[in-house]
Design a protein around this ligand. Structure first.
Ligand code: CO
Length: 431
């Protein structure tokens, strides 16, 4: 139960990607890992453990072996989740209330955000003595709510509603004149007049909770993809040191296409690999040879079969909650898994006693995409797409199996502790 409790605490403390990354950094620092800055020249010692952030919303951590430079074994996940972002001109009075002007971030199930307590969190840019600094903000109380239109004024409301985010989804945040920026500044220990910039988001105030006849399930906001980010962190912290370089990547902006300076579709991972190689004195083709021998787990949650709608899922490739780690396949290569990468991963899981299950979409459903194939376009290596089965993906409150996060931690730990030795193209030894 440690794993599920740890996950619930992590989600509750991580209303935005900035908070998730801060909490990952705090856990690494507590365990003695050393912070690096991209802005500085890196000094990396054999046996050392390091991490750095970009935009404070993506984080990479890595541990180098006691001797030499070797290939990389990487877990990747994402720190962001669908939500609403405050526009620059955010507050307006309307009909005796103050409303916030927000726009969707990512593709959420919009209806799930209505009629529930929400609040505002993110980061503020604050002016100080030496210029500007960023600070986390979280108005840690029930601050906002997006009210539904009563059924009396829309008798077709139960036949499907089309939501216009410019009109229908603006949250009420109090009586006229409610000053949300002042509340956010206060939560960051700053004065409103010192706030020079902001990236603020709405978040669901619900806490993670267990439910079901025997507490088989977990309901929580942001399970996609904080569940895999948390599992990657725990696995890295728990894994025995190895002969290769173990790495954790948690990227921001997966839900909006990854195309930012800190997203998977950026230089972030490739530059990290190159800088580590250079700092360890690897010369010539050593980096390219190491990347060719590297392996990545692209971990993002998967769709559990919906008991009321099994027809939405391919009948031979469905997965269920509490059924273990999901390996995802897609012929269009939205998922990176292929015969080789899936076989390596499933073999490692089998040896560790971790159950796995296989997922593919119906052929007449396009399905989603994730970050593995995007990261591979910048740093190409054997990669397998995995995840944990969940219901209600992209709802304000998602649902997963209570046993699965422990399965993912054990799978990722076994992955880090194994030596995946690519002897030649298509020939892989597992120690
Ligand atoms: Co995801």
């Amino acid at each position: 139960m440690d794993a599920i409790r740890g996950l619930m605490d992590f989600i509750d403390a991580s209303p935005t990607a900035f908070h998730a990354v801060e909490n990952i950094c705090a856990a690494l620092a507590d365990a003695g890992w050393q912070r690096l800055e991209e802005r500085e020249t890196w000094q990396i010692a054999p046996g050392g453990r390091y991490y750095f952030t970009r935009n404070r919303s993506s984080v990479i951590a890595f541990r180098v072996p006691e001797a030499g430079f070797a290939h990389f074994q990487i877990t990747a996940s994402h720190s962001d989740s669908p939500c609403f972002k405050l526009k620059p001109g955010a507050a307006r009075d309307a009909q005796g209330c103050a409303v916030l002007n927000v726009e969707p971030y990512g593709g959420m199930l919009m209806a799930t955000w209505l009629d529930r307590p929400l609040s505002v969190a993110g980061r503020l840019v604050v002016s100080g003595k030496d210029g500007l600094e960023t600070r986390l903000a979280n108005v840690d109380r029930n601050l906002a709510l997006i009210p539904n239109v009563p059924i009396h004024f829309n008798r077709d409301a139960n036949k499907g509603v089309e939501w216009n985010p410019q009109v229908d989804l603006l949250p009420v945040v109090g009586a006229e004149g409610a000053d949300i920026l002042a509340a956010a500044a206060e939560s960051a220990g700053a004065k409103k007049e010192d706030v020079a910039g902001s990236d603020l988001f709405l978040y669901n105030r619900d806490r993670a909770t267990l439910w079901g006849n025997e507490n088989e399930f977990l309901a929580a906001p942001r399970l996609d993809d904080l569940e895999c980010a948390y599992a990657g962190l725990q696995a890295l912290l728990e894994a025995r040191p190895s002969k290769h370089i173990d790495m954790l990547c948690v990227f921001d902006n997966e839900e909006v296409g990854s195309g930012t300076k800190q997203g998977a579709d950026s230089s972030l991972l490739a530059e990290a690999l190159r800088r580590i190689a250079l700092a360890l004195g690897a010369a010539g083709q050593a980096l390219e040879a190491a990347v060719a021998g590297s392996f990545m787990l692209s971990a993002d949650n998967a769709h559990a079969v919906h008991p009321n709608h099994p027809e939405k899922y391919d009948e031979d490739n469905r997965v269920r909650m509490n059924g273990g780690v999901v390996v995802k396949f897609n012929a269009q290569q939205k998922y990176t898994s292929d015969g080789v990468s899936a076989a390596v991963f499933e073999r490692l899981c089998e040896r560790a006693g971790v159950p796995t299950q296989r997922f593919a979409n119906r052929s007449d459903v396009p399905g989603g995409s994730t970050l593995g194939n995007i990261a591979n376009s910048h740093a190409s290596m054997n990669t397998v797409d995995i995840g944990l089965a969940q219901l209600s993906m992209h709802s304000a409150m998602e649902c997963a199996g209570v046993k699965d996060v422990d399965a993912m931690i054990r799978a990722m730990r076994a992955f880090h502790e194994a030596e995946i030795d690519v002897r030649a193209d298509g020939i892989i030894a597992l120690d």
